[in-house]
Ligand binder design. Sequence first.
Ligand code: HEC
Length: 152
Amino acid sequence: MRARLSSGAVVFAAMLLTACSKPTALPAPPPDAGTKAILATLPAAYQNADLENGQSNLALCKACHTLNQGAQAAAGPNLWGVFGRQAGSQPGFDYSDGMKRLNVVWDADRLNTWITRPSAMVPGTRMSYIGMESAKDRIDLIAALKVATTAK
Ligand code: HEC
């Protein structure tokens, strides 16, 4: 026996498809003046980053890091003011030996290398995060991290 779709079933299927397709996203509002001024301090590659994408990926980091000024460390150290800060220098945080020895001052490109694959930059790191493969996602994330951890 061959099943035949009634026209009612076809209409119903079409309605389901329409209901499931995502609405088109509205374009993000342009960054405000304070945000623009912060972005302007970053290397060119980061200045036109997609902050919305960056912010949504920052959720991955917030599982272990607080970003606000004065917030307590969580599984990872607090990241307020991390740009321009000596690696492994948050008082009272129990860093790995590798991080204590790293001897870099964090900037956008070094943070980019770090989140590409933390274990490659600091063997034996206590940051159990595998790394972010997409170069675009890293750029967006670092721009959003800068905005979130810098005073306006
Ligand atoms: C599973 C928990 C975890 C996640 C997820 C995580 N981190 Fe970390 N992070 C840590 C820990 C723990 C350390 C300390 C590493 C060490 O001592 O080796 C650290 C260290 C750091 C440092 C060095 C801070 C300093 O004071 O020198 C930076 C920067 C950093 N993380 C950024 C990020 C970013 C950006 C993300 C998101 C892409 C992220 N982390 C995701 C746990 C995490």
